[in-house]
Design a protein around this ligand. Sequence first.
Ligand code: UDP
Ligand code: MG
Length: 308
Amino acid sequence: MKQLSIVVPCYNEAVTLPKLYQEVQQQCLPLAVRVEYVLVDDGSTDTTLSVMKTLAAKNTAVHYLSFSRHFGKEAALYAGLQTATGAYVVVMDADLQDPPELLPQMLTKLQSGAWDCVAARRTDRRGEGKVRSFLSNSFYQVINHASKTQFVSGVRDFRMMTRQMVDAVLALPEYTRFSKGIFSWVGYRTTYVSYPNQHRVAGESSWNIWNLFKYAADGIFDFSQLPLDLSVWIGLASFVMSLIGLLYIILRYVLVPASSVSGWASTICIIMLFGGVQLLCIGIIGKYIGKIYLQVKRRPLYLVKERH
Ligand code: UDP
Ligand code: MG
């Protein structure tokens, strides 16, 4: 019998985790696979770890690891994938926003051999704020123009993959991990199952608008060179404009010598404008250098304090 690993990153999910476990058990019982749980405690400050311990005491198929501190969801996902041993691996959130009812059909699709990955896709954004939906949609438009990697709107991290694809994902050595992009970048045959948006069963999302904004920016910087290209084009445009301006000044000086009047205000404005553009471009380059710096330091993505 093949094994299905269920990887769950958890950050303060003491309330939701038992509910998830119960639902997943129910869905997986009739399936012809051995189920293994890999629960990753991302430095939770509540009793998530003791909940994991209780589950592990009840069921020997439950494995957990606990980070030395909060490292973020991407690190937790990576740690979970590294630990999972199944022929099939599914990644899901602890808050039941990724419905376990989809597991049987995902598995059937994967077992048919026609696909390497089955991802769940929300058909709507019901219950999500208007501003948040608008920003999300804008992000997908920008990144799909900027990057060769395709990003599908409404796809969460909830997906079931074959061992081959998981190994490919793990083989990417990047430090700043943007999973949405990595899953798409590695390729393989991906199909989607649709479901209506779900609410969290309990607790609160740990993402606010500012975090999401930084996450989106990371995606754009990690998977495209659009910001660098933009700064080159802005630089080129201002160079051409200043050449035209220079030509105009020289011509005016030659043709109508008496007309040269000094204009301080406009000069200062233009200096400030180009000073700003230069700082912006340096900032963009700095952002990429920062990423290179993080990468060359080769710090581990996470540290484990306890594992079972
Ligand atoms: N999560 C995590 N580390 C974090 C943030 C979130 O491990 O820093 C986990 C969280 O416990 C949950 C999943 O990632 O299982 C999704 O988190 P959340 O529900 O807060 O995000 P949203 O559903 O709003 O995208
Ligand atoms: Mg959630």
